[in-house]
Design a protein around this ligand. Structure first.
Ligand SMILES: NC(=O)c1ccc[n+]([C@@H]2O[C@H](COP(=O)([O-])OP(=O)(O)OC[C@H]3O[C@@H](n4cnc5c(N)ncnc54)[C@H](O)[C@@H]3O)[C@@H](O)[C@H]2O)c1
Length: 316
């Protein structure tokens, strides 16, 4: 089997997992890791027997590297993703992809012009229970989709210092709402603020409304002393509840409650395997670059809505 040559830029808390998973996947050949923190890059390179770089431009000259995962600080993601695309590499860029939709659109355009794969780290889409919810909505197994409520709260992960809770955390649920509804909301209303971190918002409540009357509500914060990550989807015939942490799914109907059992799977492993498969088989990824652009449009509209204290309409 041909192994795809891959590299990871940014070897912090999350990049570490990307590198580990690539080492575990038989279809991947981890060639190099890169971090501006030279010691960190070298320690990981030694652990996995790969090359270490502290400057991605140098690493990207290596022709063996066909795909690059960008896991730097959130405000640097677009810059590093663009470098990799311009060097002719396929790219998986972590969420939030860029600091604004304009930057994200440029990445999509560059990938298209160079015939490269570009995907965004919306990990939730790889959790089997969420895929089942999406399928049930599409097949109308829960009747008409009426509303969805997401809660993603925890204590502030102190290493995050360059974006607030909307672009770091709520963006997952913004994407989830787009994934299960299959469309962009028509309007966004949000309230957010800062209680503990002064430079960025550390709590946000976001309401999305859709042209046909359905709605979604997202609660995100870094103020809760325990971690909750849940989704409740209400249809006209049934309710589906997913716990992202345990991956448990519950389907509540009028006469019975079902609890389908699926083996726990590491979403990152599924995500990276899918990324490789899409490159090798030239197929469309579950998460496109355009999904990243549209999630950022909603996140930006939420921030504008809160600042102006009014609902913001999204352009068609
Ligand atoms: N999809 C998910 O579920 C998920 C989960 C966690 C984090 N993330 C994303 O992953 C990214 C990294 O998060 P983290 O928690 O690992 O942060 P982190 O601060 O632990 O690590 C970031 C690393 O990037 C390095 N870096 C910064 N600029 C660089 C550059 N130009 N070139 C090379 N290295 C550079 C830093 O030195 C650091 O080691 C963030 O964008 C975050 O949103 C996604």
């Amino acid at each position: 089997m041909k192994k795809l040559g891959v590299a990871v830029v940014g070897t912090g808390q999350w990049g570490k997992n990307h590198a580990r998973v690539y080492k575990e996947l038989p279809s991947a050949n981890l060639i190099a890791v890169c971090d501006v923190n030279q010691e960190r890059a070298q320690a990981m390179a030694k652990q996995y027997g790969v090359k270490a770089y502290s400057e991605s431009a140098e690493m990207l000259k290596d022709k063996q590297i066909e795909a690059v995962n960008v896991c730097t600080w959130s405000t640097i993601l677009a810059q590093e993703a663009m470098k990799a695309l311009n060097a002719g590499k396929h790219v998986l860029v972590e969420k939030p992809m860029a600091t604004n939709p304009e930057q994200a659109r440029k990445l999509v355009q560059t990938a298209q012009e160079n015939g490269l794969h570009l995907t965004v780290g919306f990990l939730m889409r790889f959790i089997p229970g969420l895929q089942q919810i999406r399928q049930s909505v599409e097949d109308k197994k829960i009747g008409d989709l009426v509303c969805a409520t997401a809660k993603r709260v925890s204590w502030w992960p102190e290493r995050i210092g360059d974006v607030g809770v909307v672009k770091d955390t709520a963006i997952h649920d913004i994407d989830v709402m787009r994934f299960i509804s299959g469309e962009q909301p028509s309007s966004v209303y949000a309230k957010m603020g800062s209680k503990r971190i002064k430079v960025f918002e550390d709590y946000a409540q976001i309401m999305l409304t859709y042209a046909d009357g359905k709605s979604a509500f997202i609660e995100s914060n870094w103020l809760t002393p325990y971690k909750t990550r849940t989704l409740t989807v209400t249809g006209s015939e049934a309710i589906m509840r997913l716990d992202y942490i345990t991956q448990e799914l519950l389907i509540e109907q009028q006469t019975e409650t079902l609890q389908p059992r699926t083996a726990f799977q590491e979403p990152l492993k599924l995500e990276l395997q899918h990324f490789i498969d899409c490159i090798v088989e030239k197929k469309k990824p579950i998460v496109t670059g355009q999904d990243g652009v549209e999630a950022l449009e909603v996140a930006t509209a939420a921030m504008e809505s809160s600042a102006k204290n009014t609902a913001v309409q999204l352009k068609k």
